[in-house]
Design a protein around this ligand. Structure first.
Ligand SMILES: [Zn+2]
Length: 433
């Protein structure tokens, strides 16, 4: 290899540095793998048996080789092999001590697979491992490892959710938090056909091809600026989400808020769009919180309605929107509802739509007192969770040609939320311990 590189240099006058560095890396990996194989070697045992998990004794049979892919490439080492004659289990203390019982990949490689698999499509992850780490693995292995680690994160989450339901979690201590926000939203993820069987889609009579991920984020603000606009504490945002029922998600987001210091917050704010499940959940899990409907979502209702009411007259439409937005901006929702009720008589064709809008504004009136919220220096838009739906979910799970199982999607969502919340390193260390 080296001779060829230098022969090429003599011919062309140019030294191919990339070929050399790649060659050197491979050589160092090979040397490292040799050393590691030697280090991991376990000699035949002094005693001929050990206690099996069934309580009987497992007898030493022979030395067996274990191949494994590590961050320096493929290693192979020998360690004692025992078999229990009672239950046929083969306990392997040497592998167990390394945390690789039944594994074909070392912890370092598994972490890499989880990281690339959470960031991009699994085949892209495979390419990245080859280019960046010089490791050759299959696309399927990247998928399997990323999903297994996502599944482990989910199991831990479920344990903590269970403990928080039973009020067993210790109250996290720390200084008081001026304002703690919880924002909630839903976003569709394309799924394989079997996951939507029997469910009605958005278009009547047609099955849906997506399932809704419920996503929540929690963040704090660090006061207000000179104009009394709130300032978000950038690094404070954590995420949690899954394809699950509103009830299950309620427990999930409660645990997240609790862990983030809900009980120490002076002001507690829930922000969301108009979705009924969000406010039902907020009433159940977060009694006493300040509830705010995203201002831009409410504005969109006004703009959409204006297009239906005055489709042809742009000038009249602008005027109408001006009046309605003035009322919304000032939190005068009752006046807005009065206007909508008057329109009901004039537009019989739009009766159903108008009735829905009346209900939407009536139902959410207390969550639309925007002047009051602004005066307290609070956010009135749920931009953080909308961005979260794109960065946490959309960019990874909604690429063209992707169709997920609910289980697979939830595992990758758990992994992404963990990483984007800055918790992956802690999770991995705790897991190794
Ligand atoms: Zn046994």
């Amino acid at each position: 290899m080296v001779q060829k590189i230098f022969a090429d240099q003599r011919q062309t006058g140019r030294l191919d540095l990339e070929a050399i560095e790649t060659f050197v890396r491979e050589s160092m990996h090979r040397a490292g793998a040799g050393a590691l194989s030697h280090l991991l070697q376990v000699d035949p045992p002094a005693q001929a048996s050990l206690v099996c998990r069934c309580g009987h004794s497992a007898r030493y049979k022979e030395q067996r080789r274990k191949p494994m892919l590590t961050v320096v490439g493929r290693v192979e080492y020998e360690r004692p092999y025992y078999v229990c004659s009672h239950c046929h289990h083969a306990p392997n203390p040497a592998d167990a001590a390394l945390g690789v019982a039944g594994e074909e990949f070392s912890p370092g490689v598994r972490r890499m697979m989880a990281v690339v698999g959470s960031e991009a499509a699994f085949d892209v992850g495979r390419e990245q491992l080859e280019l960046l780490a010089g490791l050759h693995v299959s696309t399927k292995s990247v998928e399997r490892q990323a999903q297994r680690i996502g599944a482990e994160i989910r199991e831990l989450e479920q344990l903590e959710i269970q403990r928080s339901v039973q009020l067993e979690l210790p109250i996290p201590i720390g200084p008081p938090i001026p304002v703690l926000y919880v924002e909630i939203d839903g976003t569709g993820v394309p799924v394989v056909r079997k996951e939507t069987a029997g469910r009605t889609g958005k278009v009547e009579g047609q099955p849906s091809h997506t399932r809704e991920v419920k996503l929540g984020c929690v963040f704090t603000s660090v006061g207000v600026d000179a104009q009394n606009h709130p300032i978000r504490d950038e690094g404070s945002t954590t995420y949690t989400g899954a394809i699950e029922t509103a009830e299950e998600f309620g427990r999930r987001i409660y645990r997240e808020a609790f862990q983030r210091g809900w009980s120490r917050a002076r002001l507690k704010v829930i922000l969301g769009d108009g979705a009924i499940w969000i406010w039902h959940l907020a009433a159940q899990q977060f009694p006493g919180a300040i509830l705010i409907v995203d201002f831009y979502h409410a504005s969109e209702h006004i703009h959409e309605l204006s297009r239906l009411l005055l489709p042809a007259d742009a000038e009249a439409r602008r005027h109408w929107v001006g009046v309605a937005m003035y009322l919304l901006n000032n939190g005068e929702i009752e006046s807005l509802v009065t206007i909508l009720r008057h329109l009901l008589a004039q537009h019989p064709a739009l009766a159903e739509k108008l009735e829905n809008e009346v209900q939407y504004f009536e139902r959410n009136a207390e969550k639309m007192r925007y002047p009051e919220f602004r005066a307290r220096g609070l956010f009135v838009g749920s931009g953080v969770i909308e961005a979260g739906c794109k960065t946490v979910i959309g960019s990874r799970l909604k690429q063209s040609g992707m169709f997920w199982t609910v289980k697979g999607a939830n595992q990758i969502i758990a992994l992404r939320c963990c990483r984007l919340s800055g918790r992956f390193e802690d999770f991995w260390e705790a897991r190794a311990a």
